[in-house]
Design a protein around this ligand. Sequence first.
Ligand SMILES: NC(=O)C1=CN([C@@H]2O[C@H](COP(=O)(O)OP(=O)(O)OC[C@H]3O[C@@H](n4cnc5c(N)ncnc54)[C@H](OP(=O)(O)O)[C@@H]3O)[C@@H](O)[C@H]2O)C=CC1
Ligand SMILES: CC(C)CCC[C@@H](C)[C@H]1CC[C@H]2C3=CC=C4C[C@@H](O)CC[C@]4(C)[C@H]3CC[C@]12C
Length: 487
Amino acid sequence: MTTKRTVSLASRNESGVGAGDVTTQMTGQDVLANGFNSYKEGYETIEKSEFGQQFRKLFHYVLFPLSVLVLMPNLVMLLWYAMSKCDGSYSHLLSLFYDRSIIDVLLKVWSSVPICSLFSISVIGGYFAWALFWMKVLPGRRVEGPITPNGNVPLYKDNGFLHYTVTMAGFTILTVILKSFEMSPSIVYDRLGELLATIIIFSIFFCLFLYLKGLYAPSSTDCGKSGYFIFDYYWGTELYPRVFGIDIKVFTNCRFGMTVWPLLVCCYAIKSYELWGFVDSMIVSTVLQLVYITKFFIWEAGYMQSLDIILDRAGFYICWGCLCYLPALYPATSFFLVEHPVVLGNFWASIIFGFGIGSIAINYLADAQRQMVRGANGECLVWGRKPEIIRAKYRLESGEIKESILLASGWWGLSRHFHYVPEILLAFWWSVPALFTYLMPYTYVIFLTILLIHRSYRDDHKCGKKYGEFWHEYRRRVPRRIVPYLF
Ligand SMILES: NC(=O)C1=CN([C@@H]2O[C@H](COP(=O)(O)OP(=O)(O)OC[C@H]3O[C@@H](n4cnc5c(N)ncnc54)[C@H](OP(=O)(O)O)[C@@H]3O)[C@@H](O)[C@H]2O)C=CC1
Ligand SMILES: CC(C)CCC[C@@H](C)[C@H]1CC[C@H]2C3=CC=C4C[C@@H](O)CC[C@]4(C)[C@H]3CC[C@]12C
């Protein structure tokens, strides 16, 4: 409960905001009572019985995270095995299970590669050293992340794009040097299995370290535990852990996951070139992925305001996910194309490329629009008109009332997560060069669709809790979740 103090929450005219604002006049107490409680009530009706509550708790804190912890490392290795040893065919992979038990198949897969070999330790260790070095020394403007529920404002060095450029340049130089020794970075394609196995094992211990660090030496007050070890290990115990000044989530998500992805895509393209020469399907898919990743690094400061950073703690889900799952799955279409080259011809290659670039552009514009409106405090034009905005109030843990802008026009007026539509489409466009004979090249698009639908619910839940009645007002104005008029 907050102390009963009156706060004027609708200083619309004082702040000089335009016609699209919500004109709600409430006290701080009213907002917190009406907004937060109504949301909570809706949530609590689901948990009617004592049994229901207990089961929900058990599922949320133990069963679900435990399943993810057990399944994901094995699924990553099975994905690699299907890609490299089963001709990219899931039915071929499934046929292994006909005459063997699951354990036998998993043993076969894991034992087919050396774990922690000198090669894999050198490659992964070498990349870690490279990324940490440049992350530390490259300059960048200081960017403030959004204020956390505990009132902390995390600071970042915005050197992601520079880091990406230096790394891609370094990769090009390394490729030339290796060539003079008759070697090639395509060895990464040949030995991906042992690299994945090694990083999986390393990351499991790394997440344990993060769990302990959050409990015994947290970097800020945005930390804590639920009391369930499995859940805390899976979810993390700290929002913004730093080690020797290195922001762990920036490292795992951006300097590792998002940077290793383009490196792998390039290694696979080189392998394809070595096998077949120039193949247009590989080129289209590779260039679209590289444009998308370049866009990500241009927008990296914006990523610091996304769910991964402001809501998800540094645990197995995000850190293990970005160290292992992302490098295995996200470039999977390129891996597939190495052994399944397709000649598209200029016409289809240009059509696919054009749609891919269009989708990337719309996704970027939607993300940028929201940031622009917030940055300009609503004093700007959206699609040539004054933006419709909601000045949404929320309360920090300390009880302090803050204000944020919710944009309800432009891309954000079409649906509440319209930017997910081009995000899914762009992934489709870089997968479709593999055509439709196999399911494998669409694994990422399928995963992404599920992830983003689930994420839209998570975000609604988070924003409903944070903004209460203001979020409901936004939902009334923009009723569709992702697809305009439909869903
Ligand atoms: N390829 C992949 O695997 C994935 C890619 N993505 C992409 O990453 C990017 C970021 O997406 P994501 O992190 O999911 O979420 P968003 O960038 O949409 O961030 C969600 C946050 O934005 C704020 N917000 C919500 N609605 C509005 C509004 N109408 N006006 C202003 N602010 C609003 C809220 O934060 P606040 O608390 O600040 O109000 C909300 O929690 C997108 O381009 C997405 O497509 C996302 C997930 C997976
Ligand atoms: C079950 C888990 C192991 C699954 C782990 C999933 C994570 C690897 C991914 C979850 C959300 C993903 C991302 C969110 C937003 C992004 C911005 C976009 O422009 C680029 C991709 C990404 C950084 C993306 C990366 C993987 C996730 C963190």
